[in-house]
Design a protein around this ligand. Structure first.
Ligand code: F6P
Length: 311
């Protein structure tokens, strides 16, 4: 007898089944699923933009929205009609926007297309999402209940955590997110490093830290896209990504709310750590939605070691 459809599907854990089995609260799992679906629309938009590289033009000649703005519109519109989101903050809008009736449970932060300047190079780029229950500003503690990111590379993958570990899914040809790796755990120490910023702008403590990693034989792995660079640390189970304080900008480059705190949430759930060189990224108070911070994120040994060089 051939394999029936039931035999085939019973072995597949898709995103919805995973969240249900993991006991993620019903509204939160619907919201995460909805955002994963938005990833498919964003991917379609990226393809559309890239068709220009293949010589096709916009036949109507109208002004097209930039890819950042277009993907932000897609995310905002989809969340608006999800019924679960009362406020939306994205680095494109630059202010927190009410998109619900006020009764919905969640506030979503989004970097809808991080690393969009890499689109024409065909390197991987991504979407980063934080899901909060309470106010995202001024609370002095972190209110995040879940975070996820989606990578648009040779495959579309998504990593989520609802405080229950970090789990990776791959979009298959049938359009389902199927589980690739459950409960990813980083090693105590890794062997790759991704150092952001120009060497000539680094502060002395940071410079010494990077020289130490180089001497220890760490391999350089920096793509210029935060999502694939963090994904690499998780999939390879360790190493460190840094974007430090620079001589002229003590707060570094990456944004706390949209980039750093969601990634810190996921990496901590995988047993790693994220600090600004001293304090945990998740303990930092966000005063303005575009606040930036230096970051040291990855496996525990390297992040702890950075602290010593930076005191
Ligand atoms: O914040 C946008 C971003 O493109 C990140 O994805 C990436 O990690 C960083 O900036 C790269 O910065 P730089 O071009 O200075 O290396």
């Amino acid at each position: 007898m051939g394999e029936g459809i039931n035999d085939y599907t019973k072995n597949i854990v898709d995103l919805r089944r995973h969240m249900w089995m993991a006991g993620v609260e019903v509204e939160l799992r619907r919201l995460i699923w909805q955002i994963a679906v938005v990833g498919k629309y964003i991917s379609a938009k990226i393809h559309e933009a890239n068709r220009k590289l293949a010589g096709s033009k916009n036949i109507y000649g109208e002004d097209q929205l930039s890819l950042d703005r277009a993907t932000d519109e897609i995310m905002k519109n989809q969340l608006q009609y999800s019924g679960f989101v009362r406020e939306y903050a994205s680095e494109e809008l630059r202010e927190i926007t009410k998109i619900g009736s006020g009764k919905e449970k969640y506030i979503v932060t989004a970097d809808p297309l991080d690393g969009s300047s890499l689109v024409d190079t065909n390197l991987a780029i991504g979407t980063i999402i934080g899901i909060h229950k309470e106010s995202i500003l001024d609370t002095g503690r972190n209110t995040m209940v879940a975070a996820l990111y989606i990578t648009y590379g040779p495959l579309i993958t998504m990593m989520y955590s609802a405080g229950n570990g970090a789990h990776e899914f791959v979009l298959n040809r049938e359009g389902e997110y199927v589980m690739a790796q459950d409960n990813i755990k980083m090693k105590e120490k890794g062997s790759i490093f991704s150092p952001g910023g120009l060497r000539r702008d680094w502060v002395p403590g940071h410079q010494k830290f990077i020289e130490h990693l180089e001497k220890e034989g760490y391999k350089l792995r920096y793509s210029g896209g935060f999502v694939p660079d963090i994904n690499q640390l998780l999939i390879k189970r360790g190493g460190i990504f840094t974007y430090p304080a620079l001589q002229k900008s003590q707060r570094g480059k990456l944004r706390l709310l949209f980039e750093l705190q969601p990634m810190a949430f996921i990496v901590e759930q995988a047993g790693g750590m994220a600090t600004n060189g001293k304090e945990d990224i998740l303990s930092l108070k966000v005063e303005n939605i575009n606040d930036c911070s230096p970051v040291y994120i990855g496996s525990r040994a390297e992040v702890e070691l950075a602290k010593q060089f930076l005191t």
